[in-house]
Design a protein around this ligand. Structure first.
Ligand code: FAD
Ligand code: NAD
Length: 474
């Protein structure tokens, strides 16, 4: 007889491990299976996010920011420290230590919450049992009343620029360069391209980013994308828009790229090439043929608005299903599904999920862009406020960017907030709370904000919706 659980979660990324912990908190007997192995070849919980995504990229963004500031920002403060040098072992080692701390932490959380971990590949069989193939090839089968699929995503590979882990790399490779590449090519000016491109630019690489679309950062509000593009160009990120990569050939002296833009065929040689053209749901070896779980046209596990697959007791969450590929989106789905299984009222509001790009300046938004509202024919009004007029931002020497707030023209309900500037990854949270409570721009305008803080930009943008900002002309 196989061991029987209330809940089995396949995948211990931020969607799966959070679902497992919440299910166990609710008194459900829970197991979580994960196949990820860390740099040391040992099982490592936490999925893409903790091992090769959110956490390591933010560690390197912070280290590289310190390095960049020595030459580019400290002199303004009258501080000079001579030529800065970097020890790559320490630079990458610090990141690895942080990753280990957090992946190990998930194991401790599982122990504390009595979640049973299994290391290996889980395959859903008909009737909600799961076959686990351990790292040693041994198989065992466990079963449950409910199975949550949280198998995540993997990088999309371009057929003419295949990953070799050395010269042509994905996110994991670009987080582990042993030396600063003199010339770094990046395919895709999306979130990964901009964040990891920034890391290596700050460390001294010449960075060229090739982006297929004609508009820069077309997912963001156009006013915000414009400011970001200008600032990234100032930092030396060479972003080539409307450019199509035709070939990437690894030779002795580097990766030879051939791409086409409006001026015709172009050539470029780089030492390393990061391909970051998006990710795809990962479902390889996850489902036996007769489970009844369906995939959509993009290979994602098909689910309804409650993350249910339509097969009794089988749910799916995170990057493996529709919606933005963000850690916090997956985690909230994990909590909601655990609560639905336990008969409680789970809830995910997909309309207020914050998006953040951790570049310098940071970019953050929640809700609708101005273009989306215009296209939908929704009447709206806009307020904005520049960080140049915020005392704290000027004192920090980071007075770049703005907060733009969009509210319904008649009801004043906040429909979207878009920011580029210092610390906006934190400022967006206030706007998400306001939007979640169906707040109006007047609500934020009437709330006392501490002076001098960056949050005054949110306050002034809210005032500006009603043309009554104090520290700028309206
Ligand atoms: P994953 O994290 O991909 O985890 C899935 C897990 O399931 C993996 O461990 C995988 O090995 C395992 N698995 C798959 N199939 C099986 C199987 N059959 N059996 C057992 N185990 C299996 N998001 C943010 O919100 N903020 C950020 O700052 C951010 N930065 C990022 C930076 C980078 C470089 C990258 C690549 C991504 C970043 N993301 C960020 C996205 C974020 O990492 C993902 O949205 C998130 O990890 C998705 O969580 P998940 O649990 O759905 O999947
Ligand atoms: P992305 O979708 O953000 O960007 C991919 C970019 O590549 C797009 O601009 C696209 O137009 C371009 N592109 C696609 N095919 C191309 C081609 N053949 N040639 C040139 N350009 C091409 O994807 P990503 O940057 O790979 O990131 C993957 C996912 O990880 C994203 O969905 C994102 O949500 C998540 N992520 C989030 C964060 C964060 O929240 N800060 C950070 C990193 C990654």
């Amino acid at each position: 007889m196989s061991e029987k659980y209330d809940v089995i979660v396949i995948g211990a990324g931020p969607a799966g491990y959070v679902a497992a912990i919440r299910a166990a908190q609710l008194g459900l007997k829970t197991a979580c299976i994960d196949a990820f192995t860390g740099k040391d070849g040992k099982p490592a919980l936490g999925g893409t996010c903790l091992n090769v995504g959110c956490i390591p990229s933010k560690a390197l963004l912070d280290s590289s920011r310190q390095f960049w500031n020595i030459a580019h920002n400290l002199p303004v403060h009258g501080i000079s420290v001579g030529d800065a040098k970097v020890d790559m072992g320490t630079f990458i080692g610090r990141k690895d230590k942080i990753v280990k701390q957090f992946t190990g932490g998930i194991g401790q959380l599982f122990k504390a919450n009595k979640v049973t971990p299994f290391f290996g590949t889980g395959k859903l069989l008909k009737g909600n049992s799961v076959e686990i193939t351990g790292t040693d090839g041994k198989k065992e089968t466990i079963s449950a009343t409910n199975v949550i699929l949280a198998s995540g995503s993997v990088p999309i590979e371009l057929p003419f620029a295949k990953f070799d882990g050395k010269a042509i790399v994905d996110n994991a490779g670009a987080l582990d360069f042993t030396e600063v590449p003199k010339r770094l090519g990046v395919i895709g000016a999306g979130v990964i391209g901009l964040e990891l491109g920034s890391v290596w630019r700050r460390m001294g690489s010449e960075v060229t980013i090739i982006e297929a679309l004609p508009d820069f950062l077309s997912v963001a509000d156009a006013d915000i994308a414009k400011v970001a593009a200008r600032e990234f160009a100032k930092q030396g990120l060479d972003i080539k828009l409307d450019a199509k990569l035709n070939k990437a050939e690894v030779k002795k002296d580097g990766v030879h790229l051939v791409y086409t833009n409006k001026d015709g065929e172009q050539k470029l040689v780089v030492d390393k090439l990061l391909v970051a053209v998006g990710r795809r749901a990962y479902t390889q070896n996850l489902l036996a043929d007769d489970t009844g779980v369906k995939l959509d046209e993009r290979g994602r596990i098909l689910v309804d608005e409650h993350c249910h697959t339509g097969v009794d007791g089988v749910w799916a969450i995170g990057d493996a299903v529709r919606g933005p590929m963000l850690a916090h989106k997956g985690s909230e789905e994990g909590v909601a599904v655990a609560e639905w299984i336990a008969g409680k009222a789970g809830h995910v509001n997909y309309d207020t999920i914050p998006f953040v790009i951790y570049t310098e300046p940071e970019v953050a938004w929640a809700g609708k862009t101005e273009k989306e509202l215009k296209d939908a024919g929704v009447p709206y009004k806009v307020g904005s406020f520049p960080f140049a007029a915020i005392g704290r931002a000027v004192a920090m020497n980071e007075a770049i960017g703005q907060v733009k707030m969009i509210a319904h023209a008649e009801t004043d309900r906040i429909l979207g907030v878009h920011m580029v500037g210092p610390g906006v990854s934190e400022l967006i949270a206030e706007c998400v709370v306001a939007m979640e409570f169906k707040g109006s721009s007047e609500d934020l305008a009437r709330i006392v904000h501490a002076h001098p803080t960056l949050s005054e930009a949110v306050h002034e943008a809210a005032l500006s919706v009603d043309k009554r900002a104090i520290h700028k002309g309206n």
